[in-house]
Design a binder for this molecule. Structure first.
Ligand SMILES: [Cu+2]
Length: 297
């Protein structure tokens, strides 16, 4: 097992201490000051997750397509194999609770790492689809490896759900338990939690876009990640969580049932089993990637 602490170059103790500060753009300075020079250098140069439709995202979209092709070519004995990565969302996802955000952040983080490794592109960052500003299927996903058959989207996504007013309303919630979803016990892995446990972000724009794209994105948890657009959609959800923490200065809960929950189903960039705790996912946008939309050094 490769705990995330090791990948970040931190002791468990240091990680917990830093995560307590991980709110607001100011946290970046606190984190930087606590790290050794090599780690600081790595943080300063961490890859930028770009909006799909920006010109800067073109190279990453090419890398993404190459990575998916490479993952599909891996034998099923390799945990990084495309079907096995997709299957994680059918066998062990967390939805309808406060684990929705950290589980999907971890899922995307390891996926991004695998893309870097398989393409030899450490500058790669997963693009995100900002359906608020670009409410139609991104052009890059309508051809080639990133195209996926069976989508049913027609016309733009509804502004009343994904538009700026509703997104601002969602982000203006300061209570973590409302913003992120209802509490569940430590390491809860149940898949049949009440729909009422969902956050407005999950129940609203997140669920809506799954349905809007249609086809396998809408069919089931097991099929949704087969459509490459799934990853870009969830990256927007992750970006909104990062905005809530970093741009809007909202703290996550310090409840141990949330912070200490650990996910053990992922694999690292080399295909080795990996474990990641919820509290470590809080640090990822400060350590391993950043968003082009966020005010953060
Ligand atoms: Cu999901």
């Amino acid at each position: 097992m490769a705990p995330i602490e090791k990948a970040l170059g931190l002791s468990r103790r240091k990680l917990l201490r830093l995560a307590m500060f991980a709110t607001g753009a100011g946290a970046a300075g606190v984190i930087m000051a606590a790290c050794d020079p090599a780690t600081r250098e790595r943080i300063a140069n961490r890859p930028i997750r770009k909006e799909i439709n920006s010109a800067a995202a073109a190279a990453d979209l090419t890398t993404l397509a190459n990575a998916i092709t490479a993952m599909k070519a891996l034998p099923s004995s390799d945990r990084r194999n495309w079907d096995r990565q997709v299957a994680l969302h059918g066998t062990s996802p967390r939805h309808h609770s406060w684990l929705f955000l950290p589980w999907h952040r971890a899922y995307l983080f390891y996926f991004e790492e695998i893309c870097r490794e398989l393409t030899g592109t450490d500058t790669f960052a997963l693009p995100y689809w900002n359906w608020t500003t670009n409410p139609t299927i991104p052009v890059a996903f309508t051809t080639g490896t990133l195209f996926y058959p069976g989508r049913t989207a027609s016309g733009p996504a509804l502004a009343s759900i994904v538009g700026t007013a509703n997104i601002n309303l969602i982000l203006s919630e300061t209570n973590f338990l409302v913003f992120a979803g209802s509490a569940v016990p430590l390491n809860d892995a149940s898949q049949n939690l009440p729909l009422s446990f969902q956050s407005p972000l999950e129940a609203g724009p997140h669920n809506y876009i799954h349905g809007y794209v249609g086809g396998d994105m809408a069919f089931s948890f097991a099929t949704a990640p087969k459509d490459p657009l799934f990853w870009m959609h969830h990256n927007r959800v992750d970006e909104l969580w990062a905005q809530w923490n970093i741009n809007r200065n909202n703290p996550n809960t310090s409840n141990g049932d949330w912070t200490n929950t650990t996910f053990t189903e992922f694999c690292d960039r080399h295909g080795a089993p990996a474990t990641i705790s919820v509290i470590a996912t809080v640090l990822l946008p400060y350590f391993t990637y950043r968003y082009d939309s966020l005010v953060l050094p």
